[in-house]
Ligand binder design. Structure first.
Ligand SMILES: Nc1ncnc2c1ncn2[C@@H]1O[C@H](COP(=O)(O)OP(=O)(O)O)[C@@H](O)[C@H]1O
Ligand SMILES: [Mg+2]
Length: 366
């Protein structure tokens, strides 16, 4: 694997802890290495410590314990403006009394760059975010999306190696947000900059990132590329937080040859991949993605699991059908099927057979 995929050590959090009040730790022993050119997203619910981590890296907060290294050197004692880090936040924080071009020129003046160099760099940065013709306007004369583009250009204009973004698209509507996700990702890739991105939006994290660190309560629960996070969540929290997930409660009966036999609360026996359960008698929560469940048993390999289910709702969603079922006492078991010409439409009240491959069913902590 490339250095990019495995991390590397351009940014390193080494046993970092943070407490604001001297009692509770809001960041608990954070260890994270970010590779040069990597797009790393910190994803997690509100209050899980993401912004605090970014602020420590930026230099606006200090770690209570541990070290933060940038390109091999500790930065604990380097002031924020000397770290050479670009930053973008949700509230764009452009200077209202300056034109767009002056806003972008400002970080270059601070760095004592000459006028003609400044003009060239400002033009290049504005062109990059397709705002080349807006240099003479003031922020108030731009829409929210345009202001956010300018904020992005301002973070990039001095060509930093590292850019930090904290929920930069949170204030934009869905369509513009999705567009900007691709735009930011492409610009970051083209320039080869390292990005540490904070969001609570899992779709955004999956779309943009090389790797995602899932935060909960000041700890990283899982650090993995998007596909691995979705396909192989390491615990129930990550399985629930990333994507849609069906759960079934039960008890581990035995684990043999890398397969767990789980007795559901309604008595049915299910094979599953043991992830973070390891002994008989343990309570477990099975996790199955909605698109891994089949109605057509012929599509499954021999030995796959089948169960009886009752259809509660069948919803046409254009590209897919979304069926809500009652399965082993769970009334919110969702199955997504592609809208194909041969897909039978189901009726509420109908009893159907459903099935999945054992490897698509994961036995996690209860
Ligand atoms: N400046 C501060 N002073 C005291 N507590 C803070 C401060 N900033 C954040 N916190 C607390 O630290 C925890 C983590 O917050 P934060 O890092 O902002 O999380 P996130 O960005 O994931 O929502 C929360 O409990 C929050 O209330
Ligand atoms: Mg935050």
């Amino acid at each position: 694997m490339s250095e990019k995929a495995t991390g590397g050590d351009f940014v390193v959090f080494d046993h970092v802890q943070k407490s604001y009040d001297g009692e509770t730790l809001v960041v608990k022993d954070l260890n994270l290495s970010i590779g040069k050119g990597e797009f790393l997203t910190m994803l997690g619910p509100s209050g899980s410590g993401k912004t605090t981590c970014l602020m420590m890296l930026a230099g606006f907060e200090t770690a209570t314990h541990g070290d933060i290294l940038l390109d091999g050197s500790p930065i604990n004692n380097i002031s924020p403006h000397k770290r050479g880090i670009g930053m973008v936040f949700q509230n764009y924080a452009l200077f209202p009394h300056m034109t767009i071009a002056e806003n972008l020129s400002f970080p270059l003046e601070v760095r004592k760059m000459g006028k003609s160099d400044r003009e060239a760099k400002v033009k290049r940065a504005l062109d990059m975010v397709q705002m080349g013709s807006f240099g003479g306007r003031r922020p108030a004369q731009l829409s929210g999306g345009q202001q956010q583009r300018v904020a992005l250009a301002r973070a990039l204009v001095f060509e930093p190696d590292l850019v930090l973004m904290d929920e930069p698209l949170g204030a934009l509507d869905k369509q513009l947000r999705e567009h900007m996700q691709f735009e930011i990702k492409h610009i970051a890739d083209d320039l080869g900059i390292t990005v540490v991105y904070v969001t609570h939006d899992q779709t955004e994290a999956l779309t943009m990132s090389d790797r995602v660190a899932v935060f909960e309560d000041g700890r990283i629960q899982q650090l993995a590329p998007p596909d691995e996070l979705y396909e192989k969540p390491c615990n129930s929290f990550v399985a629930q937080f990333i994507g849609e997930n069906n759960t079934l409660q039960g008890e581990v009966k035995e684990i043999t040859n890398g397969l767990a036999v789980v007795k559901l609360d309604d008595g049915s026996l299910i094979d599953a991949m043991p992830v973070n359960v390891d002994k008989a008698g343990e309570r477990t929560q099975l996790s199955i993605r909605p698109e891994r469940v089949e109605f057509n048993m012929e599509r499954l390999n021999p030995g796959a699991h089948t169960l009886q289910a009752e259809v509660l709702e069948f919803i046409y969603m254009g590209d897919i059908f979304r069926t809500r079922l009652r399965v082993a006492g769970n009334d919110s078991f969702i199955v997504k099927t592609r809208n194909a010409p041969d897909q039978v439409r189901l009726e509420p009240g109908q009893t159907v057979e459903i099935g999945w491959q054992a490897e698509d069913c994961r036995a996690l902590d209860a």
